[in-house]
Design a protein around this ligand. Structure first.
Ligand code: SF4
Length: 200
């Protein structure tokens, strides 16, 4: 809708608006702002701890910021309350796809695996074990298998040092440096089957 407003008409209108605003203030509406503020929800990220991490879902490896409440130095349990993309991360610059955006539910899921488990021979169920025991068992099994199956030379007598009976899965939720060190260790001991990805 076009309004034909002359300069004189505009000044009259502006003057009326100013009078109305002044009158509202005189009637006590200056406190309206305080009243509105009383209903404004406090920022939920106030007094949270920010922790930078990497989304574990895919090889894009987007940077995330985890916001948790609870001061662990005071014996409190840290509780994750919010996850968002890391605007300073060179990969995603603050963005996250729907999977990454839902990371909080993954972290807080009651069915999330948080400790190593073992299914012992003959058993029909997994039972929790300590990390020490788990790592000792893995190291023992790897050593025994490598001693028994490492192929040091091929049919032509050329040294190859292939270890094909054990594979290694690593996650992409690491820095480049960690991934590089993992690659060097795995290839250094002869493992051929190796995937450094987040599908694990
Ligand atoms: S946020 Fe999405 S694209 Fe980024 S690493 Fe996670 S799953 Fe991959």
């Amino acid at each position: 809708m076009n309004v034909d407003l002359s300069r004189r008409g505009f000044l009259k209108l502006a003057g009326a608006g100013a009078v109305a605003a002044t009158s509202l203030g005189a009637m006590g509406f200056g406190e309206a702002e305080a009243a509105v503020m009383a209903y404004v929800r406090p920022n939920k990220l106030t007094a949270t701890t920010e922790t930078r991490n990497t989304c574990p879902y895919c090889s894009v490896a987007c940077g995330v910021i985890l916001y948790s409440k609870g001061d662990r130095t005071q014996g409190e349990v840290a509780e994750l309350i919010h996850v968002e993309g890391d605007a300073d991360h060179p990969t995603n610059r603050g963005t996250l796809c729907p999977k990454g955006s839902a990371l909080k539910d993954f972290v807080r899921s009651e069915t999330r695996l948080t400790e190593p488990k073992i299914r012992r021979p003959g058993s029909d169920r997994f039972e929790p074990i300590t990390w020490e025991e788990a790592l000792d068992r893995i190291a023992r099994a790897m050593k025994d298998d490598r001693d028994a199956n490492l192929v040091t030379v091929n049919d032509a007598g050329t040294p190859v040092n292939r270890w094909t009976t054990t594979g290694f899965l690593a996650a992409s939720a690491t820095t480049n440096e960690t991934a590089w060190a993992t690659f060097k260790v795995v290839r250094g001991i002869g493992i051929v089957g190796f995937d450094n990805q987040a599908r694990v």
